[in-house]
Design a protein. Structure first.
Length: 298
């Protein structure tokens, strides 16, 4: 049996206990898939990242929920790189290539000038797909009514590495009323039955934010709600530049997105969206904070 150290960093917050917790195994080389899954299950975080050497990039990261492996996890990537910065394994200002199952991604690091670090992840080009399922069943599964859906913005699947169903609603009141029945998601999301559901609205709690989101996990993931979701925040920014231009300030290329308030996990994610040669590029920036260290036996 081996004792494996798991660090917990809370991403998208400067305060431990807020934001989105991620487990991190800094030296995962030699662990089997089964051992990684067992560690993630024991740790119990929505995602645990395992850092490995890479033949095609500077570092390789694998991500596991308590139930299965994920191709990519934004907040766990931010947390992992932040841990490496704090431990001096990389220096602020470094540009890295990170190998994931969603592809090799560019990551940029910096100092914010206040003894803290910033991690910027360049996400995959956004993709969207129509949702053709029942809006009434979707509303019922979320615990709201069809009238709560935003009248001018479509419900669509979106991805910058991980597929989620983007569900725009009218206001914070609708967001707060949600009591999802996640077991129903696969029956409604017939095109992508393993996708998560990401409701959002244009009304915010913090004045400096432009969007407010929640993230309900797939029932296959072993978790229920994600406090602050980096990949979904990225595709939200791309969604607004694709479907919601009339609701954006002219010339806006960045969004500050709030999430986690309903869970007592206040967090913020900065998203930048730019077009180059007809291709939309999405960057996500966040910080993190060390919270605790645990050991698990495998």
């Amino acid at each position: 049996m081996k004792q494996i150290e798991v660090l917990r960093y809370d991403a998208f917050s400067k305060t431990a206990g807020l934001g989105n917790p991620a487990g991190i195994v800094l030296e995962a080389d030699g662990l089997t898939d089964r051992e990684m899954q067992k560690i993630a299950e024991q740790a119990g975080y929505n995602e645990t990242s395992f850092l490995l050497p890479s033949e095609s990039a500077d570092i390789r990261i694998r991500y596991f929920t308590p139930g299965h492996e994920m191709n990519l996890c934004g907040h766990a990537t931010v947390a992992s790189l932040y841990a490496l910065l704090e431990k001096g394994a990389i220096e602020a200002g470094a540009e890295l290539k990170v190998e994931t199952k969603a592809g090799v991604l560019s990551v940029y690091t910096a100092s914010d000038g206040n003894q803290r670090f910033l991690v910027t992840l360049e996400q995959a080009p956004p993709s969207f797909q129509s949702f053709t399922g029942s809006r009434s069943q979707l509303a019922e599964a979320l615990g709201i009514s069809e009238a709560d859906f935003h009248e001018a913005l479509p419900v669509v699947y979106g991805s910058t590495g991980i597929w989620t169903l983007l569900v725009p609603v009218r206001d914070l009141a609708a967001i707060r009323r949600m009591k999802p029945v996640q077991a129903e998601f696969p029956n409604i999301l017939t095109e992508m039955p393993r996708a998560s559901v990401h409701p959002f609205c244009l009304e915010t709690i913090h004045r400096d934010c432009q969007l407010h989101g929640r993230h309900f996990s797939s029932p296959y993931s072993g978790t229920s709600e994600d406090p602050v979701t980096g990949t979904a925040s990225g595709v939200m920014g791309a969604y607004m530049k694709t479907y919601g231009k009339e609701f954006c300030e002219e010339g806006r290329t960045d969004f500050l997105i709030e999430q986690g308030q309903e869970m007592g996990k206040d967090g913020k994610v900065k998203i930048e969206v730019a077009e180059q040669n007809g291709i939309m590029k999405v960057r996500m920036t966040g910080t993190a904070v060390f919270a605790e260290k645990q050991s698990f036996e495998v």
